[in-house]
Design a protein around this ligand. Structure first.
Ligand SMILES: Nc1ncnc2c1ncn2[C@@H]1O[C@H](COP(=O)(O)OP(=O)(O)OP(=O)(O)O)[C@@H](O)[C@H]1O
Length: 564
């Protein structure tokens, strides 16, 4: 495993080192208690039963009971401490990864399937955490048990101990040979899980389309096809893991059989007591667990390595913007925007904007027209600093967006887009989303201005209606109005409207546009649309053509009402 990956995993384990160290210490006590039992068995048989010593028999049996009690208590405490530390490691990893995902641009979310990201955030992280925390604990446990058991076995019969472990080098060799196979098949299973989760996430959100298109059977068959492919990789991975674990396991059983044969012959000729053979085989049983465990750790290390690589692929994705080390204070100016020679490409060599320029005076309403795919949404994303221009700059009141605190910039420039995503929670939660704690009065005012009051009055729980159950029951207009109220609550200096009324019928679109004009009168507005009539009433019109922003003649049909 590359050392940088291990360092990354270790940085999450280190803060839990205290709790884990206590686990290690208690495990040591547990190992000693575990190893005492076969020794007591030996005394019970040889010195109690065979010698007819009742006092020793009772004492040793009581001691055995005490040891069992201590072992049980210790394992309870260890489990509690272990789960607490281990879960904290997983949570810290997941929170770090989620923080990173929050810094990634829309481009990332367009390229990666939700299922793939989820798979890495869930299954892969859990695999890494299991290895990072379980492995050291099980390794220490296994090494201590093994060392103790082997020492006691050597004490009982050195030659028999050699017989017990003669196949160990062969077991290690099998594991080394099967390693690439296990890794390859594990990656295939992880990828298959991601494909399945991705399929389900996409299909569940497009169920209405599937039903309308009558594609239920076709989609069910697709799922069955994915399941079939997944089963293939799962079986291959299981076979690889089985071979890597099962063949050495078989060798262990052969060693145990040899010990019984050799040791049994010694008991028959009187050179070994029956109690000693029973204790020896009991230690061998206790030692073969750790040997299997240590060999199994190699397999789980291989699986963790695949998962760690997959997690680090996510971490390697770069944010598109870097916040300034010391943000500049916003300049007073009332929201004048300037796009100055901006060039930007989503993919190398295919610029969407090439030297585009535009000046929007404070308080003006400017329309930007462009056919589908011209780069309108890309321009909006640049204005909201989801990306930075490759060349040129965008200025808000004369300050480069790159010099402003991104959170503050996104508060000052509001975007009302085509999509109006709602999060689980109440309607009020959705309105307040991202704001510290707006006054109740401000909330009511925004609701009134967005003309939501009438509709909310018909809901038994009003603003406290949970959106989760309702989201899909909300009409396009209701969603748009929630988005508008959310925007009003944030009171941006500049409002960017990216086809915000495209989901509405013409009459509703006209009404909402007129309201937006009234509510944001005097503030800078940029309206983006592919329809010229949606841009009537603008102070100036531009069109996006060949990556440039060119002045466009006012084209609203005479007598038509202004549309924002
Ligand atoms: N994440 C992305 N990766 C690669 N190319 C992209 C990405 N997003 C947009 N593009 C491309 O950039 C170009 C401009 O897209 P954009 O979404 O800005 O156009 P638009 O004018 O807003 O179109 P529409 O009116 O259909 O929304 C298109 O060719 C699009 O395919």
């Amino acid at each position: 495993m590359p050392s940088s990956s291990l360092r990354w995993a270790w940085s999450f384990v280190r803060p839990q080192a205290g709790g884990l160290a206590v686990c290690f210490g208690l495990s040591l006590a547990g190992v000693v208690a575990g190893l005492a039992q076969p020794w007591l068995t030996k005394h019970i048989i040889d010195d109690g039963l065979v010698a007819g010593n009742v006092r020793l028999l009772v004492a040793a049996t009581l001691a055995m009971l005490g040891v069992a009690l201590v072992s049980t208590l210790l394992s309870g405490v260890i489990r509690w401490l272990y789960v607490r530390s281990s879960a904290r490691v997983l949570f810290a990893m997941r929170e770090t990864l989620y923080g990173h995902l929050q810094s990634l641009p829309p481009r990332f979310y367009a390229r990666w399937s939700a299922g793939d990201v989820l798979g890495r955030l869930d299954g892969d992280l859990a695999e890494v955490q299991r290895f990072a925390v379980d492995a050291p604990l099980s390794a220490v446990n296994a090494v201590l048990t093994l060392a103790g058991a082997v020492a006691l076995m050597l004490l009982i019969d050195p030659a028999l101990t050699l017989v017990a472990f003669v196949l160990l080098p062969a077991q290690i060799l099998v594991l080394r040979r099967t390693r690439p196979w296990v890794e390859r098949t594990t990656r295939a299973v992880r990828d298959g899980t991601a494909a399945l989760t991705g399929f389900l996430v996409q299909r569940l959100s497009a169920m209405k389309l599937i039903q309308s298109a009558g594609a239920e059977r076709q989609e069910a068959e697709r799922l069955a096809g994915l399941d079939e492919a997944f089963l293939g990789s799962l079986l291959r991975q299981q076979m690889a893991s089985f071979t890597a674990g099962g063949v050495p396991g078989l060798m262990s059983s052969a060693s145990t059989a040899a010990v019984f044969l050799w040791g049994g012959l010694q008991v028959i000729d009187g050179s070994l007591t029956l109690g000693a053979l029973i204790a020896f085989t009991s230690y061998l049983g206790r030692a073969s667990g750790p040997v299997q465990g240590l060999l199994g750790l190699v397999v789980s290390a291989q699986r963790a390595r695949v998962s760690l690589d997959r997690v680090r692929e996510l971490l390697a994705e770069q944010p598109a913007i870097r916040p300034p080390a010391v943000p500049l204070a916003p300049a007073p100016g009332g929201g004048a925007l300037a796009v100055d020679g901006v060039t930007f490409a989503h993919e190398p060599g295919r610029p969407v904007l090439r030297g585009a320029s535009l000046a929007v005076p404070a308080g003006a309403k400017v329309g930007i027209l462009g056919p589908s795919g011209a780069g309108k949404s890309t321009l909006v994303d640049l204005l909201h600093r989801h990306y930075d221009p490759e060349a040129g700059r965008i200025l808000l009141d004369g300050v480069d967006l790159r010099d402003l605190d991104p959170a503050l910039l996104r508060r000052r420039i509001g975007v009302l887009g085509q999509e109006t995503p709602l999060l689980p929670g109440t309607i009020a939660d959705n309105l307040r989303f991202g704001l510290p704690a707006p006054e109740e009065a401000a909330l009511r005012e925004a609701v009134g201005a967005a003309q939501l009051s009438g509709w909310l009055a018909t809901l038994p729980r009003g603003l406290d209606t949970p959106v989760g159950a309702w989201a899909s029951a909300l009409s396009g207009g209701q969603r748009q109005r929630i988005a508008l109220a959310r925007c009003l609550l944030r009171s941006p200096e500049v409002l960017v409207l990216d086809e915000p009324v495209s989901a509405l019928d013409e009459a509703a679109a006209l009404r909402l546009s007129a309201e937006i004009d009234r509510l944001f009168a005097g503030r800078t507005r940029i309206v983006v649309s592919h329809r010229a009539e949606a841009l009537a009433g603008c102070d100036a019109l531009y069109r996006i053509e060949d990556g440039l922003l060119l002045p466009h003649p006012q084209a609203a049909p005479a007598g038509r009402k202004a549309v924002a």
